[in-house]
Design a protein around this ligand. Structure first.
Ligand code: ATP
Length: 334
């Protein structure tokens, strides 16, 4: 089997009695965008620090670009660009000068450094602000400069810790598009840590769910849904006239159907309360296979009216909240 660009084997970090990262096994392949998703304190940053050789594992190993991160941290640093959640720049210098400085530190000759810095500033949309002091940059501009800063030494891997923290929605969208574009055009492997489900869902090829130091599931959306104890992978919303308990029973008995729930806000009546006495209802049907056709025919043959039908994919947030039920809820704000 092809070795990954990042290979973590039984990686463990203990602080005294407390286990921050617990026997983590993970392989990330070249060119992949991998999202490490989990609530506060899950162990994401600790894992990243071990990959960079900035903190030593208690046991297990972290190999990055074929290098042992604990034994060869300087070599790893040359191949990996790391953007922490609190990026620091020399605020009294321009964006351009900050980039050139980073490039020079990484052994890039002055002339090449300027050329590459200008090219990257262009790519991240900061060409016009190239000579402005970074102290006067907005949060979004700093994040974009941060991305240019990790790319200037032409890394094989970039690790981004909460890259979209504190940026407005439009800025987030732009930054994510940029990360994806950079990854695709430069063949970069990207590891991105985040709380933000929707963002991770937009750009990551695979996602790992991290809870209390353990990776409880990893894969693309379909794999994750399947891994979750045979849970649902499909959701269909139907608007029905003539809804009653007999029809509910019928739908529940269809092969593959796992749950049938009436929405709190019926799209049809527009009522906020989902009046249980009304026979106009919006119903969500969760299933392990695509049951759209059999649902439609069951509703029609029951004599009820099928007024609307909207198949939706089972999203990452459905999965996330199933896993983190009872856990942090602030993630919902993303
Ligand atoms: N130096 C340390 N000494 C003791 N405990 C630590 C240390 N560093 C981290 N921890 C603990 O390890 C756990 C994992 O922390 P970590 O920062 O890796 O989580 P995280 O998933 O990155 O969280 P966040 O999203 O809040 O950044 C936390 O409970 C934290 O308090």
């Amino acid at each position: 089997m092809e070795a990954g660009v990042i290979e973590l084997k039984q990686l463990t970090k203990k602080y005294g009695e407390f286990t921050a990262v617990d026997r983590l096994d993970l392989t990330i392949r070249q060119g992949e965008i991998f999202g490490l998703l989990g609530p506060n304190g899950a162990g994401k940053t600790t894992t990243i620090l071990m990959m960079l050789g900035l903190t030593e594992p208690t046991s297990g190993s972290a190999t990055v670009c074929g290098l042992d991160a604990t034994r060869q941290p300087m070599l790893v640093k040359r191949r990996v660009g790391y953007m922490p959640d609190d990026i620091g720049f020399y605020d009294d210098r321009s964006g351009l000068d900050n980039l050139v400085y980073t490039a020079r530190l990484n052994g890039v000759p002055e002339k090449d450094a300027r050329e590459r810095a200008m090219l990257l500033l262009e790519k991240v949309g900061l060409a016009d602000a190239a000579r402005k002091k970074t102290g006067a940059y907005s949060r979004g501009m700093r994040q974009r400069l941060g991305l240019a800063d990790v790319l200037i030494k032409r890394p094989d891997v970039i690790i981004l810790d909460e890259p979209t923290l504190g940026i407005d929605p439009e800025g987030v969208r732009e930054l994510l598009v940029l990360i994806r574009e950079m990854s695709r055009t430069e063949g970069l492997t990207v590891l991105l840590s985040s709380h933000h489900l929707h963002q991770v869902q937009q750009i990551c090829d695979r996602v790992g769910l991290f809870v209390k130091g353990r990776l409880i599931a990893a894969g693309d959306l379909d794999t994750l849904s399947r891994e979750l104890d045979g849970g649902p992978t499909h959701l269909v919303e139907i608007d029905v006239g003539g809804w009653d308990s007999a029809l509910e029973e019928t739908l529940l008995s269809l092969e593959g159907v796992l749950a049938v729930n009436r929405c709190e806000t019926d799209a049809l009546s527009g009522s906020g309360a989902g009046d249980a006495s009304s026979d106009l209802a919006t119903i969500r049907v969760a299933s392990g296979v695509d049951v759209t056709a059999s649902l439609a025919s069951a509703v029609v043959s029951s004599g009820a009216s099928l007024l609307g039908l909207r198949p939706t994919r089972y999203g990452l947030d459905d999965i996330y909240h199933r896993y983190f039920e009872g856990g942090d809820s602030h993630e919902r704000t993303s």
